[in-house]
Design a binder for this molecule. Structure first.
Ligand code: GAP
Length: 432
């Protein structure tokens, strides 16, 4: 893809998201709030489908993983012990001309900024900037305690490690999974939702015996599982790769870190982090495990940490197609916000509308179904293509005679006639 097409694609996706109700700027009517985004009706459905698929593959289909849902607000001791108060920082530099601040390690963003000034830019020396977002809890001013909104959802899993072990039958190796919001005071939020200040993570902490070979085995296992998950949900293989972190960029808790990266229009970018956290966190919280033979030890942790918002953005970018003047989001059927749209051919023909309404209500029992009776059929198809709806069902005059409908496929635009009574089975096969 050449550079023009790439920057074009980003603009098209941002515009499509706003126009169709996937994503809006946060607090827009008051001028917005940098680094925050609101998901509209289509975006909320897509997000839910991504999370449901992740939960299904990570928790529901596995015998060795359980899920938790920990509080966002935690005792500040958690962040002190976990090292985040000290080390959850980015290097910040300031442009001496306009005083805009940047991350010193984002060289391309710094170079771009330098181009905006005619004179040679001078920079302040890098300072550590802590990313944790502060909040104040309590009802009496002056007696409120300062807390931190969680900068990673992970610590909620670690502090509950012993609770989970004693309240379930998990045995090492096993995992604890969680999804939820995280907050970071990012120095330069940007590239649409890619780097936000409020975002959602989906994470697995997988606890293993502290043996080097076991660590390597499980690290490789989870790397492969996670890249496969994205591929199975339709991300093109050639747009994905692994990248190992250099020593200097590793997070303070990581023994080894590798990213799954996606080739976004703004370059290869982190999709999900796979981290070997060793015993860093459980040791920090003074937690351990006793096996069936009574041996006490501190397990190691292999972590997979993905972003829900980043996934949503990359799924959209990867699914975007133009076919003449038709824009099609070729989202995997499991992710598509609406699975089927139902139309009566004409909105003013009572018997067509009532037949279509019956089909709509029946299919709704099993899936999200869209209804559209405005404008001509061609426009309705185009609108559903842009929303990523895999199938459209049209009730026409033939339906009234032979109880069949037209089913039109989003990706091929081909149509076939299907008996109404076979629709449920037809879609349960096609939407797998
Ligand atoms: N528990 C480990 C952890 O939080 P991370 O690499 O800092 O690791 C994991 O974050 C994932 O969370 C990233 O790969 C990305 O998908 C998502 N993420 C991190 N910061 C983000 C941000 N500012 N905006 C959107 N997503 C973000």
């Amino acid at each position: 893809m050449n550079d023009n097409l790439k920057s074009d694609l980003m603009e098209k996706i941002v515009a499509l998201c706003k126009r169709r109700g996937f994503i809006y700027p946060g607090s827009e009517i008051y001028g917005g709030l940098t680094g925050t985004w609101d998901y509209g009706p289509l975006g909320a459905l897509l997000k839910k489908n991504i999370k449901d698929e992740w939960w299904k593959s990570t928790v529901q289909l596995r015998d060795d993983v359980v899920g938790v849902d920990a509080a966002i607000m935690m005792n500040s001791a958690v962040w002190q012990k976990s090292g985040h108060l000290e080390a959850f920082t980015d290097p910040l530099v300031e442009c001496k001309i306009c005083h805009q601040r940047f991350r010193a390690d984002k060289e391309d963003e710094i170079r771009e900024h330098e181009k905006t000034h005619k004179e040679k830019v001078g920079w302040t020396s890098p300072q550590k900037f802590n990313l944790l977002v502060k909040a104040y809890l309590g009802i009496i001013e002056g007696e409120q305690s300062e807390i931190f909104l969680r900068g990673e959802i992970t610590q909620g899993v670690f502090v509950n490690f012993e609770n989970v072990v004693s309240s379930t039958r998990v045995k090492i190796p096993f995992g604890i999974a969680q999804m939820g919001k995280a907050f970071r005071n990012e120095i330069t939020p940007g590239n649409f939702t890619f780097r936000s200040r409020e975002f959602e993570q989906m994470e697995l902490e997988f606890f293993i015996k502290p043996i080097e070979a076991e660590g390597n085995k499980w690290f490789e296992y989870w790397k492969n599982q996670r890249i496969k998950w994205y591929q199975d949900l339709g991300i093109k293989k050639e747009n994905l790769r692994f990248r190992k972190h250099e020593e200097k960029e590793k997070a303070h808790y990581a023994k080894v870190a590798e990213d799954i990266e996606y080739e976004a229009p703004f370059g290869w970018s982190e999709f999900e982090g796979i981290h070997h956290r060793g015993d860093f966190d459980l040791s920090a919280h003074n937690l351990s495990y006793v096996d069936e033979d009574g041996n006490k030890f501190t397990p190691w942790v292999i972590e997979t940490s993905g972003g829900v918002d980043r996934s949503l953005l990359f799924f959209l970018l990867d699914a975007y197609h133009e076919d003449g003047n038709r824009v099609v989001l070729k989202l995997h059927p499991k992710l598509a916000p609406y699975k089927v749209a139902v139309f009566p051919l004409l909105a003013n023909k009572e018997d067509l509308v009532s037949e279509a309404r019956k089909i709509y209500k029946t299919l709704q029992q099993d899936m999200m179904v869209a209804w559209d009776d405005r404008g001509n059929i061609g426009k309705r198809y185009f609108a559903q293509d842009e929303a990523g709806t895999p199938f459209c069902v049209t009730v026409d005059f033939q339906t009234l005679d032979d109880k069949t409908v037209t089913v039109r496929d989003r990706d091929t635009a081909k149509q076939e006639r299907i008996a109404i009574e076979k629709l449920k089975n037809y879609f349960s096969e096609k939407l797998k």
